[in-house]
Design a protein around this ligand. Structure first.
Ligand code: GUN
Length: 288
């Protein structure tokens, strides 16, 4: 059996079309959606991600304000910047690209962002709302994964879903979104015992490790017809790869997402969606 290749570029395109229509509509009410991006230091991968996010914003008519800062930035300078973006009525979304240099605390920084401008869904306020099924701004990669499952009519109600990741950006918010869909969710991590055995029980495996020297999700670790979503971005022989060898895993899976071209484009599409949502939130809370 060969499974169906999940096409993240195609699905992201449908999300972007909807976002563009929403942007056109909100502009008629005098609101120009705007995302502020904050990039600290010169990590080339982070710089590429931010550039791709800015380009995608331009594609759908969202303005961006670019803040590039040296890796000598102090915590108090970062706090001043976040405070000024929180107050800026022209800015609707704030994206602080992670990871940050070690002198900058991720929690202190992201939790300072106004929850109404928190397009990454990382503030304690929005994380709390997510755990109560009340979130409006949700973490981009997890909501992009749900969008992919929906597009391909992959029903997860009552299914065993294994997530190999426990980060604030991926595994934890994804847990809540999967649970909302009535999946039975198992979160695995570096200390999990018998990972292969747990994965073999899963109807859906969502993997986000991103280090092929430590981990590869191999076909013997999934059951026949499982759905495999690969969220990792790793390097192997100079190439961008995920946690799986896609050509091998698709032989056994019913659906599988490739890297690149799977979840990555969805993360960006959901960021655009969150930014236009934040712009309409700011209008309903009296700002512009
Ligand atoms: N670094 C890797 N992924 C992300 C993301 O989705 N948001 C932010 N802010 N930083 C990241």
């Amino acid at each position: 059996m060969t499974g169906i290749r999940i096409d993240g570029i195609l699905v992201a395109g449908t999300v972007k079309e909807r976002v563009k229509m929403a942007v056109d509509e909100i502009k008629k009410h005098g609101i120009q959606p705007c995302l502020a991006t904050v990039l600290v230091g010169d990590n080339p991968a982070s710089a590429t991600y931010v550039r791709n996010k800015q380009k995608a914003c331009a594609d759908v008519g969202i303005l961006t304000k670019d803040h590039k800062l040296p890796d000598t930035l102090t915590q108090s300078e970062m706090n001043v910047l976040v405070d000024s973006l929180n107050k800026d009525h022209e800015v609707h979304g704030i994206l602080v690209q992670l990871p940050l240099p070690k002198q900058i605390d991720e929690f202190e920084t992201t939790s300072r962002i106004s929850p109404l401008k928190d397009v990454d869904g990382l503030t304690p306020h929005n994380v709390g709302l997510l755990s109560m099924k009340k979130a409006v701004l949700k973490a981009c990669t997890p909501s992009g994964i749900i969008e992919l499952l929906d597009h391909y009519n992959i029903d997860i109600e009552g299914k065993n879903v294994v997530v190999i990741n426990r980060s604030n950006l991926l595994g934890k918010p994804l847990y809540h979104l999967l649970l909302e869909r009535n999946a039975t969710v198992t979160t695995c991590h570096s200390k999990t015992k018998d990972l292969a055995g747990i994965c073999r029980q899963a109807d859906v495996v969502i993997t986000g490790v991103g280090d092929r020297t430590r981990f590869t999700l191999t076909p013997d670790m999934i059951k026949d017809g499982a759905v495999v979503i690969d969220v990792a971005t790793a390097r192997l022989d100079g190439k961008l790869v995920g946690d799986c060898d896609f050509e091998k895993i698709i032989q056994k899976a019913s659906f599988a997402s490739p890297v690149p071209g799977g979840v990555g484009p969805m993360t960006i599409a959901m960021l655009l969606k969150n930014t236009v949502t934040a712009a309409s939130l700011s209008a309903s809370f009296g700002g512009k």
